[in-house]
Design a protein. Structure first.
Length: 134
């Protein structure tokens, strides 16, 4: 079992997911931590559950200020006509390009046994991940 201190050291992300407060945190077992420990440079992908659907390839990026869900992923969870709240945000990617947000939606995301209501900006993009937790 990983101690709280070991988990904090590994996760030096400040707030691994903006929606999880200090009283609710993710921790990892020694089996789940790469051999390089906190010095690894591998992307951190997790699988989560939203209601009865498993979402694989969810990327955690502490440098992102947004939680992003692709339109394709949302369409798998709900009908293509899922109600989105209007959000006229324009997202700037790391390469400087700009993309518009279709809307935002708050979904119950289960990470292990904990459920968090996470607000996602929905975008019509085709990245290597299904969602981005910033």
């Amino acid at each position: 079992m990983v101690t709280k201190e070991e988990a904090r050291e590994f996760l030096k992300f400040g707030g691994i997911i903006n929606n999880i407060t200090t009283s609710r945190h993710l921790s990892f077992s020694k089996k789940e931590v790469p051999d390089e420990g906190k010095d690894h440079n591998q992307p951190l992908h997790i699988a989560v559950k939203c209601e009865n659907y498993m979402i694989a390839r969810m990327l955690i990026d502490n440098r992102s200020s947004l939680n992003v869900m692709t339109k394709t992923t949302l369409d798998k969870l709900y009908s293509p006509s899922a109600i989105l709240r209007n959000n006229p945000v324009v997202v700037r990617a790391f390469n400087g390009s700009k993309r518009e947000v279709i809307g935002e939606i708050t979904l119950p995301i289960c990470i292990r046994q904990k459920t968090f209501d996470i607000t996602f900006q929905v975008m019509d993009i085709r990245p290597a991940y299904s969602c981005l937790l910033g």
